[in-house]
Design a protein around this ligand. Structure first.
Ligand code: ADP
Ligand code: MG
Length: 251
């Protein structure tokens, strides 16, 4: 379980500090796929980056309970898979090296087990990047770079998966495949996940809980348990009703 308590984050601009996340408290239970929907600029990426440890938190507590141990969330210690909005690939490493980096860092000299090589190849295949493994990030299109970032996050079998608009740069068909891959991996490992998206349909397909943020993070506008998780294009009136509610809350 991930527990975010009274977290505030600010940026400095022209020597003035402005608060982007104000006193946010949020819990993500083990095995929960939490969707954050919110208007552009409300601080979604700021939160994801803070959880990944790349942005400093002004105040508050972020704890992570894994294997019954309750500790302060620590990207060096906990297995966090992150797909940042800008993909976050290292330009001087090949696709393969980028994908394997989280595992390398963790297992310094340990050989990757045979069975995990099979799983890794499966991930490369479903994301269609098997032919790109020896390229460098600058030789990739936006959609390809996003697929590499997705592979890198999934490969390490994370305990916490953070995805910031992970499928936004993909064409329709690849997006559908990437969504299916996420669901498959989620079902296998029940990974606690935070997924940021601005697509209501994606939220209803990929999350078992959905929260809608207001103009500022910390201002919850709506929260719901989602019974449509993993259900493709449901055709019932309740689904359309929920979609309408989410659309209204987002405006
Ligand atoms: P979202 O992902 O919800 O669109 P962000 O978290 O990227 O929003 O940004 C929240 C607010 O913080 C925006 O007003 C944005 O302009 C500002 N911001 C984001 N990153 C920085 C930064 N590095 N320095 C200063 N302001 C930033
Ligand atoms: Mg963002």
């Amino acid at each position: 379980m991930l527990s975010i308590e009274n977290v505030s984050i600010s940026y400095k601009a022209k020597k003035e500090k402005y608060i982007v996340i104000d006193d946010l408290s949020l819990r993500i239970n083990k095995g929960e796929a939490l969707i954050i929907l919110g208007p552009s600029g409300c601080g979604k990426s700021t939160l994801i980056n803070a959880l990944a440890g790349t942005i400093h938190v002004d105040s508050g507590i972020i704890n992570f309970i894994v294997n019954d141990k309750n500790e302060s969330l620590n990207p060096k210690k906990h297995k966090i898979g992150i797909i940042p909005q800008n993909f976050g690939l290292l330009p001087w490493k090949t696709v393969r090296e980028n994908c394997m980096l989280p595992i390398k860092i963790r297992n310094k000299n340990v050989d990757i087990k045979e069975n995990s090589i099979e799983i890794i190849d499966k991930i490369y295949n479903s994301l269609g990047i098997i032919n790109l493994l020896d390229r460098f990030p600058k030789e990739l299109s936006g959609g390809q770079a996003q697929r590499v970032a997705i592979a890198r996050a999934f490969i390490q079998k994370p305990d916490l998966l953070l995805m910031d608009e992970p499928f936004s740069a993909l064409d329709e068909i690849t997006r559908e495949e990437a969504r299916e891959l996420f669901l498959k991996i989620w079902k296998l490992n029940q990974t606690s996940t935070i997924l940021v998206t601005h697509s209501i349909e994606e939220a209803l397909y990929l999350g078992n809980r959905i929260i809608v943020m207001g103009k500022h993070m910390g201002e919850f506008k709506y929260e719901m348990e989602n019974s449509y998780f993993g259900k493709m294009h449901p055709d019932d009136s309740n689904y359309y009703h929920i979609k309408k509610i989410l659309r209204e809350k987002l405006m």
